[in-house]
Design a protein around this ligand. Sequence first.
Ligand code: VG1
Ligand code: CO
Length: 544
Amino acid sequence: MTIRTVPTTPFAGQKPGTSGLRKKVREFQQPHYLENFVQSVFDTLEGAAGTTLVLGGDGRYHNRAAAQTILRMAAANGFGRVLVGRGALLSTPAVSCVIRRSGAFGGLVMSASHNPGGPDADFGIKYNIGNGGPAPEKITEAIHARTQTIDAYRILDTADIDLDRLGSHRLGEMSVEVIDPVADYAALMESLFDFDLIAARIASGKLTLAFDAMHAVTGPYAKAILEERLGAPAGSVMNGVPLEDFGGGHPDPNLVHAHDLVEKLFGAAAPDLGAASDGDGDRNMILGRHFYVTPSDSLAVLAANATLVPGYRDGIRGIARSMPTSQAADAVAKALGVPCYETPTGWKFFGNLLDAGRITLCGEESFGTGSDHVREKDGLWAVLFWLNILAARGESVGDIVRAHWARFGRHVYTRHDYEGIDSAAAAELMAHLRASVPTLVGQGFGGDTVVLGDDFAYTDPVDGSRSSAQGVRVGFASGARIVYRLSGTGTEGATLRVYIERHEPDVARHGLDPQEALADLVTLAGELAGIRARTGRERADVIT
Ligand code: VG1
Ligand code: CO
């Protein structure tokens, strides 16, 4: 087997976004495209020779082909060992778990998360560091810089290896171990949650559930843990076989895309808990019987109930939430007397806080929740956390959330997404907001006064690194907020996200539909940004 050095030239646009490099499959299939990016990752790593790399993906179209290429390149670049999930599958939180358990140097996650899969859809790749988490900006910037100067990559000339059976292979000097994608992860979950209690409640029929894997990577994990280990009846896991095109759907766990599950939970024979996860298994949506839990509320409820769960029995050290996530978690942190950090969007910003032991729980409004057990958000972990709380409290999801609101007030919340808008128009809209919102401070709108108008910048309290231009904020005296940012995970045009929040202390108004309760702020948000005039859109494409 010979190592070939292949001459190449840079591709424009190989810049990792909020969560790695995401592009159309066809772009990834161009000769040298994947190779250039992977070599650029390897070129920025120091001290990786002879170490272990973890590799896995969400099973989408191109996952298997990309895995074979990456294995050959890892061998040619001097890694000692690669741990790869069977079928080239590993959920994103499982990659994080395996990196940590094996003491690996890092890992590559092949995923475009909740974006659709298939030959005409999306693919992605992301590098995770030795703590198991997404590479921080310093590294992703170095990778991008390298993609702009690269002139060659190294690859081993060798046949594909069989990724469908557990076992060891040799690729030149490097060993490849095909591992069970579920085992390490399931053991970690068992160490955190009271499986016996949950299993007993399920066996007694007092706790019923439905989990929608959306034909994506969590199917095998959910079947092993929820059905086989915890005894939920067969069929509790819906759409549990990973498919390369996710069954033609959008593996995004929200009220629009997880329609099978939503129908079930709002139907006559609804189970106690409904949950769904995304393409790569790091997101979660939680539903109760005829009840939807916003991700921001979910984080707050988990924090307030953490001591009911064995892994968090001694309490939490602190919480972090992304800036656009509602302030519900802040209220819980205050009551617990622990700090609450506000970070830019994207899980990579939680890594330092978790490593430094400053926080135990963290979350994002985009259906992401997690803790210090790994360094990624973790969909199934959140579902097990909820199951543990339900088993311990013996109350319904709706009753638990309503009691939470009664204690802390409700942080009424909504996000409006305008997808696939013209990139230049989106950039102009943001530039206009950046220039105009500082001048709003002091102005009154509907009985509230603007007290904050800026573009969010973050200084990491652990390493002092600074990230600017992370989203335009308009804050009111009452605590209400409007936030605007552009998505960093899309592959077509631009997506404008508008996040709107207002605290409602009055229990009598907690039952209101957020779209109704926030209608005035939604209108104001549209006017301040000139959304209709600049994008031609009358209304949002997706509302969560
Ligand atoms: C979105 C979410 C963000 C999340 C990111 C990755 O990013 O808003 O909260 O961390 O996706 O999640 P953006 O830039 O499109 O708003 V995942 O499950 O796609 O890895
Ligand atoms: Co995801």
